[in-house]
Design a protein. Structure first.
Length: 730
């Protein structure tokens, strides 16, 4: 009904415009100036590309463009001189599934932020600035900011968007004042990013003292803006979603969504009165989250323009006039990448801006290398200290200046990461741990971090660390305190017979070094007290009670791309020299390594290999220091920690295949997979009884972290079904 009404309105309006303007530009004549208003609609906005392609194929000029949200992104790219085909290529180059995730991509995080993600995988990070705060948006869409900065780099900081090959405007809303803001100058990337900042979904943009969000709240199809730019004929493209029927209005969420849709639709109807022709592509089958259906959606826009060919072709130019139009538009294009003599940072406190600027100076004195710059900015984003990041080159009498815009997150620091971990290999034994990590920056000196962990459940912990960099080359010190209570099941011939509980309090000091953003080396000393004793059951492993002193070294490298990796390697090596520990009469050395390797196998497949082992080097380790195997993906047919010993070896090889995705903002990829596992825990290799298991199951990336359901089959008719939530994939 809505689309038929729009079509009738557009026909009447266009008929009136044809009666008052020349129907076709004669060669060399000025003719009617054509303006295009492109509406918001998330992924449905790819239909705008098809409209532009049809207009170009039929020699219909576009003299002015205004857009909102996705209409601003497509219109802005076209206004810069990019062809419809190039815009499709840009859209296809962007991994929207990754770009729209609530957090910075794992591969872009620094080592400590990767630790946060592994230890506390819940996707949203809360803030404690003055009070408990939620993030200002579900997703910061950093990748979109980078793409917009890259494609608009030749245009820098414009005095007016009229100087683009096609004069351009985009619409945003000042969320504080409730006013419409028509953006007509300044950094183009920032204007486009502001226009698409859907409230509550994407973080807003601070610009010129205003806090800007998606312009669709007030003007989703800015036909009035195009008219004011000077267009004689205004063509509006409306890709907004139809109202839902009554069947979708039987829930609180359904009614809330419909209320917003009604408000946007009412504003859109008012704005469309300024248009002479309204194109409404039939995008009912395209969800606003269908960012992968680019070419299909683009074709719908092309078809919508073709349906109005009878009227649109009255605006077509003859061959010579079209060549003149293209020549003029081409002469206004900028393709040369500007040089930057120095770098500055906007949006940060003075001391932080100076630190970041110093890191960027080595990229100046030459034409801006977007690839190198964006790698550096990804590391900046991955530190967890900054929000939206983009860049442009501003021209001055002293030459080009690279301006990077970064804003601290509005809800923190301090930050609060959370986790909810569940693991079970028996329906009667579900182990849970609710955990949180408090992190604050620059508490005692510039660049430092204070981390405080707390966890409750079957196991419990309280841990605090002060991390203080000593230099820019990655050296740091890290004093720490901890208290950990852990409970392990004890098995005899495959039967759970008792529990062993350990309580350990420690104080330690580490000296460390970050060789790179994805690795860490530490050496240190810790001392404390350990009490390990039977907690339940008839079978007793023994009691260990006494002081602990040890030297520790740790090397960790994490080059993987997520908690359920598709590529990359991870390696951890831990070595302890126990000077004193209960249950060991003499000092002894203990070491363990864990490693995993992932690589793509075709478009949807992933091959993986894990290998790990530990040794006490001939010494019989105390019960509390023994290595264990058993549980999901570590000989899954056995109970958690069922196999134990002073030594162990383990390896697995497997394959996962991506079979789908969870809804946008609910999670990521869904895999099915299988693995073969082989290993043993023992006192001496000669006594080792190696076991093999076959495991298979379903793995999902969710807001709570990885979730997997599966089963394992082992020797001797062993079989176990299990599930786990919030535990990183090995």
């Amino acid at each position: 009904m809505r689309r038929r009404a729009i079509a009738c309105l557009s026909l009447v309006a266009l008929s009136c415009s044809i009666l008052t303007t020349p129907p076709v530009r004669a060669a060399g004549a000025q003719g009617p100036r054509v303006g295009l208003a492109l509406g918001g609609g998330a992924a449905r906005g790819y239909a705008h590309i098809g409209v532009l392609r049809w207009l170009e194929e039929h020699r219909i000029p576009v003299d002015f463009i205004a857009g909102t949200s996705m209409g601003a992104l497509v219109g802005g790219a076209y206004a810069m001189g990019y062809s419809p085909g190039e815009i499709v290529s840009f859209a296809e180059s962007l991994d929207w599934d990754t770009a729209l995730q609530p957090e910075v991509p794992y591969a872009s995080l620094t080592f400590r932020r990767r630790e946060d993600r592994r230890d506390y995988p819940f996707a949203l990070t809360f803030g404690l600035r003055d009070r408990f705060r939620l993030p200002t948006g579900l997703s910061p869409v950093h990748a979109v900011g980078m793409l917009l900065s890259r494609i608009s780099l030749p245009y820098g900081d414009l005095d007016s968007f009229d100087s683009l090959p096609v004069p351009f405007r985009c619409v945003a809303v000042d969320i504080e004042s409730g006013e419409q803001v028509v953006l007509a100058d300044g950094p183009l990337w920032q204007a486009l990013r502001a226009s698409m900042a859907i409230p509550g979904v994407f973080t807003p943009v601070e610009r010129g003292g205003r806090l800007l969000v998606d312009g669709g709240l007030l003007n989703n199809v800015p036909a009035d803006v195009v008219r004011r730019m000077g267009a004689d004929v205004v063509i509006a493209v409306d890709v907004s979603e139809d109202l839902a029927d009554r069947s979708a209005l039987d829930s609180l969420l359904g009614l809330a969504n419909q209320s917003v849709a009604v408000m946007v639709l009412n504003n859109t109807r008012e704005m469309l009165r300024h248009a002479d022709l309204v194109l409404a592509p039939d995008v009912r089958a395209i969800s606003g989250a269908d960012y992968t259906r680019i070419r299909e959606t683009e074709a719908l826009g092309y078809a919508a323009a073709a349906e109005r060919a009878r009227f649109l072709e009255t605006l077509s130019l003859d061959e010579q006039s079209w060549k003149d139009y293209l020549r003029d538009r081409e002469s206004r294009k900028r393709r040369e990448i500007p040089e930057a003599e120095n770098a500055t940072v906007a949006g940060l406190p003075e001391h932080e801006a100076a630190d970041v600027s110093a890191r960027l100076q080595r990229l100046t004195g030459q034409a801006v290398d977007s690839a190198r710059l964006e790698r550096e900015l990804q590391r900046l984003q991955g530190s967890g200290r900054y929000g939206i990041v983009g860049y442009h080159v501003a021209q001055s009498a002293d030459g080009g200046e690279l301006v990077v815009t970064a804003s601290p997150p509005r809800h923190g620091p301090p930050f609060l990461n959370t986790s909810f971990r569940v693991r079970s290999t028996r329906l009667t034994d579900i182990q849970m741990l609710l955990g949180t990590r408090f992190t604050t920056f620059d508490r005692f000196r510039r660049g430092d971090e204070v981390r405080i962990d707390a966890g409750v459940g079957r196991n419990a912990l309280v841990r605090a660390e002060w991390y203080a960099p000593l230099s820019r080359n990655g050296l740091f010190i890290a004093p720490r305190l901890s208290y950990v209570k852990s409970v392990q099941d004890v098995f005899v011939t495959g039967r759970r017979v008792s529990e062993q509980q350990a309580r350990e309090a420690e104080a330690g000091f580490d000296l460390g070094w970050h060789p790179g953003p994805d690795s860490e080396i530490r050496v240190g000393y810790f001392t404390g007290h350990l009490l390990s004793s039977p907690a339940a059951g008839l079978f007793k492993l023994g009691r260990e009670d006494g002081a602990v002193q040890a030297l520790r070294a740790r090397l960790a490298y994490d080059g993987q791309d997520g908690l359920v990796p598709a590529r990359g390697a991870r390696l951890e090596l831990l070595a302890d020299w126990y000077l004193q520990t209960p249950g060991a009469p003499d000092p002894y050395f203990s070491a363990e390594w864990r490693s995993s390797f992932y690589r793509p196998a075709g478009e949807r497949g992933v091959l993986f290999l894990t290998a790990s082992g530990g040794s006490s080097f001939g010494q019989s380790a105390p019960v509390s220091r023994q290595f264990t195997l058993g549980g999901p993906l570590r000989l899954g047919a056995y109970g958690v920690n069922e196999l134990r010993g002073s030594e162990y070896l383990f390896g697995s090889v497997g394959y996962m295949r991506r079979v789908g995705r969870l809804p946008q903002f609910a999670g990521g990829k869904v895999y099915v997979g299988a693995s073969v596992e082989y290993g043993a825990a023992f006192e001496r290799v000669s006594d080792a009884d190696f076991a093999a298991c076959f495991s298979a199951g379903l793995v999902m990336e969710t807001l709570a972290g990885p979730v997997f359901f599966g089963g394992s089959w082992g020797e001797g008719s062993r079989r176990t079904a299990y599930f786990a939530i919030g535990h990183p994939f090995p």
